[in-house]
Design a protein around this ligand. Structure first.
Ligand code: NAD
Length: 436
C-alpha cells in the first residue's frame, strides 16, 4: 500500500522500520523539487508535487514520532516572508496520511493568508497530532505526555514554527506546551498570555458584517435579522455584540441544551430565539435573514446547503466554511450571496494573542485599531476592499481575499527579512532528522 494511503499509525511503523524517528519534506526554491529526509519518502514528495492543490510550495513539512507516546506529530510551514510560520496545533483523528497531509497543508496556507491579511508579522504554519484510535485522548496523563513531547518537537524546529491552540487542544494543553518550548503563543494568562480570544473574534466578525452591509448599501446592523449556527465561545459573545447594535432578531441553533438554557437566562427579554440542533444538522442555515453567521464547524457551505440559504451575506467565525474553496465560493456568488471569507473576518482570535510577547497595555491600540474604520488594515476596511475587488474583477470574494492576502504574504519582515527560510535551510544542512 502506498505511504499516503496508510493510516498515520502504519506510517509511524514504516518510519521506524527505516530506522527513522523524524522525517522532512523541504521545498527547494531553486529547482522546485522537494528534499526528503529518506529516499523511501518519494511517494510523499510525489503526492505533494502531483498537482495537489493543497500544496503551494510549502517551505517545509516536518514529521516526528512521539518518543513514548508513538503518536505522529506534524509541523507544516507554508510561506514565511513576513515572519515565523505561526498557526495552531490541531489534535485530531486522521484515517490516512492523505487526510493528515492535506489538512496540515491547507491549514498552514490558510494561516499565511490570515496572518498577512491581518497585517501581522508572521508567516503561516500549522501543527498536527494524529489522534490514534483508542489512544485515551481524554486521559490527562496521556495528554500531558503528548504535549510535552510535542513541545520538544517544536523546540527542535528552532523557531520556524510557532504553535498555538486549535481544534482538539485547550488552554491546559498549551500551558504544558509552553513549559517545554518558547515557540508558543496564545498561552494562558497565568504565564503572561492574553487569555480567551473569543470576545475579540466575535467583535471582529461583527465589524466584517458592517463592512459587507456598507458594501451592499444596506445600512447598519440596526433592524437586521441574523441567523447563527453555534453559540459557543464566539457565538455567545457575538449575540451580545449584535444586540448592542440593535439587530431586529437573532435565530441561533445550538447542540447543547445546557448552553441554550444558560444563554436564554443571560439574554432574557432580548429578540433571540435559541433552537435545538443535532450533530450534522444544518437546517438553521436555511433561515430567512439578512446575515448568516456560521459559528460552529467548517465545511458547512456546500452543494447540500448553499441552494437553501436565504441570506444576503454569510459572515461567521467558523474556519474553512467552504467545503470546496472554488466550487462553493462560485455557487454562493451565483446565488447573489456575499460571502465574507472566514479567515478575513475571524482574524481577531489570532490577532488577540499573536503579539503577546510584546507585553500588555490597557485597550491595546495594536488590537483596537483592527476594530475601527480609520486604519487601512482594519477588519472593516479589508472586508470592503476584498468585496470591492471581487465586484470590480468579477471574481469570487474568496478569490479576491486570497489575491490580497497572497500579495501581502510575500512582503518580507521589516527587521528579519526571510530569516525563517534560513532556519529551515539550517535544519536541512544539520540533518535535523537524525538528531534528538
Ligand atoms: P466552541 O466549541 O466554543 O463553540 C461551538 C459551538 O457550536 C458549540 O457550542 C457546539 O455545541 C455548537 N455546535 C456544533 N455543531 C453544531 C450544529 N450542527 N448546530 C448547532 N450548533 C453546533 O467554539 P468557538 O471557540 O466558539 O469557535 C467557533 C468556530 O469559530 C470554530 O470553528 C473555531 O475554529 C472558529 N474560530 C474561533 C476563534 C476563537 O477565538 N475562539 C477564532 C477563529 C476561529
Amino acid at each position: 500500500m502506498s505511504l499516503v494511503d496508510q493510516s498515520p499509525e502504519a506510517f509511524v511503523s514504516q518510519l521506524r522500520s527505516l530506522g527513522q524517528h523524524r522525517a522532512y519534506l523541504i521545498h527547494d526554491p531553486q529547482s522546485g523539487q522537494i528534499h526528503r529526509s529518506h529516499p523511501a519518502l518519494g511517494e510523499l514528495a510525489d503526492f505533494l508535487l502531483a498537482g495537489n492543490r493543497d500544496y503551494q510550495q510549502h517551505e517545509g513539512l516536518f514529521l516526528a514520532i512521539g518518543p513514548r507516546s508513538g503518536a505522529l506529530f506534524g509541523a507544516f510551514v507554508h510561506k514565511t516572508h513576513r515572519g515565523q510560520g505561526q498557526g495552531g496545533l490541531r489534535h485530531w483523528p486522521y484515517a490516512t496520511m492523505t487526510a493528515f497531509l492535506r489538512d496540515g497543508l491547507r491549514l498552514a496556507m490558510g494561516m499565511t493568508r490570515k496572518n498577512a491579511l491581518a497585517g501581522l508579522w508572521w508567516g503561516g504554519g500549522k501543527g498536527l497530532i494524529a489522534r490514534a484510535p483508542g489512544d485515551g485522548f481524554r486521559d490527562p496523563g496521556h495528554r500531558a505526555e503528548l504535549y510535552r513531547e510535542y513541545a520538544a518537537f517544536v523546540t527542535s524546529l528552532r523557531g520556524c514554527y510557532i504553535t498555538a491552540e486549535d481544534a482538539g487542544t485547550g488552554p491546559d494543553d498549551m500551558a504544558i506546551v509552553h513549559q517545554g518550548t518558547r515557540f508558543a503563543t496564545c498561552i494562558p494568562p497565568q504565564v503572561g498570555g492574553s487569555g480567551n480570544p473569543s470576545p475579540a473574534t466575535a467583535r471582529g466578525v461583527v465589524c466584517a458584517m458592517e463592512g459587507a452591509l456598507d458594501h451592499l448599501g444596506l445600512g447598519s446592523l440596526g433592524g437586521k435579522k441574523i441567523a447563527m449556527q453555534g453559540t459557543g465561545n464566539v457565538g455567545a459573545a457575538m449575540i451580545g455584540e449584535l444586540l448592542q447594535r440593535g439587530v431586529a432578531g437573532i435565530v441561533a441553533s445550538e447542540l447543547s441544551l445546557e448552553r441554550r438554557a444558560q444563554l436564554m437566562q443571560q439574554f432574557a427579554g432580548a429578540p433571540l430565539a435559541l433552537v435545538p440542533a443535532e450533530p450534522g444538522d444544518n437546517s438553521v442555515l436555511a433561515t430567512p435573514c439578512d446575515i448568516l453567521a456560521p459559528n460552529a464547524l467548517g465545511g458547512i457551505l456546500n452543494p447540500d446547503t448553499i441552494p437553501a440559504i436565504q441570506a444576503r451575506v454569510v459572515c461567521g467565525a467558523a474556519n474553512n466554511q467552504l467545503l470546496d474553496d472554488e466550487r462553493d465560493a462560485r455557487a454562493l456568488a451565483a446565488r447573489g450571496i456575499v460571502y465574507v471569507p472566514d479567515y478575513l473576518c475571524n482574524r481577531m482570535g489570532i490577532v488577540h494573542c499573536a503579539n503577546e510577547q510584546y507585553g500588555q497595555v490597557p485597550h491595546d491600540p495594536a488590537i483596537e485599531r483592527h476594530f475601527g474604520r480609520d486604519w487601512d488594515n482594519s477588519v472593516y476596511v479589508i472586508t470592503r476592499r476584498a468585496l470591492e475587488l471581487a465586484t470590480a474583477q468579477g471574481i469570487t470574494t474568496a478569490a479576491a481575499a486570497n489575491k490580497l492576502a497572497d500579495e501581502l504574504a510575500l512582503q518580507p519582515h521589516p527587521i528579519w527579512g526571510h530569516r525563517t527560510r534560513a532556519i529551515v535551510d539550517g535544519l536541512l544542512a544539520d540533518q535535523w532528522h537524525l538528531q534528538g
